[in-house]
Ligand binder design. Structure first.
Ligand code: ADP
Length: 403
């Protein structure tokens, strides 16, 4: 068996795989996209695209991706361990878990809470179990880091039986990324994780924000589903729940509302043209009013949530930006901080423009009340680390330290 860790991240129509060495350094990655379509293909990093079987499913594309890794000398017979990103772990998982029949059953049980995600995550798990039956495999949950939320932060003010009968509550997502932000901020600030308090803003196609108090998640913007909270690429984030009734009165079905709020809202809904912040900023600079609106609403709501997250903290060591937008958009960071002058957040324009490149990620001004950091996320490396720790039995010490 090789000394490498395979990380598998199955989405609804794509599979990302990445190979890491035992120390968590990335070796190679590949994306299988357009699954289920005529032109499904594998895009290995830095190499030519490979056609996948006609209408390839998750199993076929994972098998093809692994064959590509082996044929191109990246992987020998089998990896040392395999880590799977699993979106929903419900209340069953406070940390990553070594896969066995009980764990698989518990992931199946959570599928009603994440019908778009858990079944495809399970398809990936089944595929690699079939390909590598003797390799230890680990599930790393997006929800696990948020299981430390206090009860007042996760209960919704709806009839209690919704929670007791159906598990309706705030779960939160992007936990692996927020966890990494807390660890990396602690490292950069020279403090132990258990004494580090941050607000972590993960801004990619999906966006969420988390308050981490003394190393533990205490509030987060995503809820029962990854639709709640911030404005996202195509997701609305928070809207008035009265909207559902109103749309029904206009003849829009619950299924259509679901699609509109998940796929046709957010930056795309407001701009009418794009869900991609880079394109949006270009058209806003060219004077497109709808793109300007989308940018302004995105930043205002983000700032409002940063203010809200402060309620859960008694000290703030840093506001941290990550994800494609958080890491790369100086405009978003600057505009958001402008809304936060009362609590005392101030950006240093020149550090912000180079994303903190010369100041170890720091983009705040010297007179800012709070530090503002830019930290690239490393979700897959975290999954690899958890996988190797559990697979080799090195987990207990690390995990008890982190939880
Ligand atoms: P995902 O959530 O799918 O992993 P990413 O974290 O890669 O997505 O983030 C994608 C978002 O990051 C897109 O909106 C993209 O436009 C934005 N982005 C990437 N680079 C830049 C940039 N230089 N300026 C502004 N936005 C950027």
């Amino acid at each position: 068996m090789d000394d490498q860790i395979l990380v598998v991240n199955c989405g609804s129509s794509s599979v990302k795989i990445a190979l890491f060495n035992r120390s968590g350094e990335p070796l190679v990655s590949a994306l299988a996209e357009k699954l289920g379509q005529q032109d499904a293909r594998l895009l290995p990093e830095g190499a030519e695209a490979v056609d996948l079987p006609h209408k390839a499913d998750h199993r076929q594309s994972l098998a093809a991706a692994i064959e590509w890794l082996q044929d191109n000398g990246h992987l020998g017979n089998a990896p040392l361990a395999i880590g799977h990103r699993v979106v929903h772990g419900g209340e069953a998982f406070h940390q990553a878990a070594l896969l066995d029949d009980d764990v698989i059953r518990a992931i199946e049980d959570c599928a009603s809470l994440a019908p778009l995600h858990n079944p495809v995550n399970l398809a990936g798990i089944e595929a690699t179990l079939e390909l590598f039956p003797t390799v230890p495999q680990v599930a790393v949950f997006d929800t696990a880091f948020h299981q430390t939320l206090p009860r007042h932060a996760w209960l919704y003010p709806v009839p209690k039986r919704f929670y007791t009968d159906w598990g309706v509550r705030r779960y939160g997502f992007h936990g692996t990324s927020h966890h990494y932000m807390a660890e990396e901020a602690a490292r950069r600030l020279g403090k132990p994780l258990s004494e580090t308090s941050i607000i972590s803003a993960h801004l990619g196609n999906g966006c969420s924000i988390t308050a981490v108090r003394d190393g533990r998640s205490v509030d987060t913007s995503m809820g029962l589903t990854p639709l709640e909270g911030l404005v996202m690429g195509t997701r609305s984030g928070d809207v008035d729940p009265g909207l559902f009734d109103f749309l029904a009165s206009k003849g829009i079905s619950p299924e259509q509302t679901h699609r509109i709020l998940n796929r046709e809202s957010g930056l795309l809904g407001l701009s009418g043209t794009t869900s991609d912040m880079r394109n949006l900023l270009t058209s806003a600079r060219d004077g497109d009013k709808d793109s300007e609106d989308a940018f302004e609403v995105f930043c205002f709501r983000l700032a409002r949530y940063i203010g809200a997250m402060m309620v859960s903290l008694d000290r703030l060591d840093a506001l941290v930006f990550t994800g494609g937008i958080g890491e790369n958009s100086a405009e978003v960071r600057a505009r958001t901080a402008e809304h936060l002058s009362l609590p005392g957040f101030r950006i240093d324009p020149s550090s912000n423009n180079d994303h903190g490149g010369t100041r170890n990620g720091t983009v705040s001004a010297a007179d800012s009340r709070f530090k503002i950091l830019v930290i690239p996320t490393r979700e897959e490396a975290m999954i690899a680390r958890e996988a190797v720790a559990l697979a080799t039995g090195e987990a207990t010490a690390n995990q008890s330290k982190n939880q």
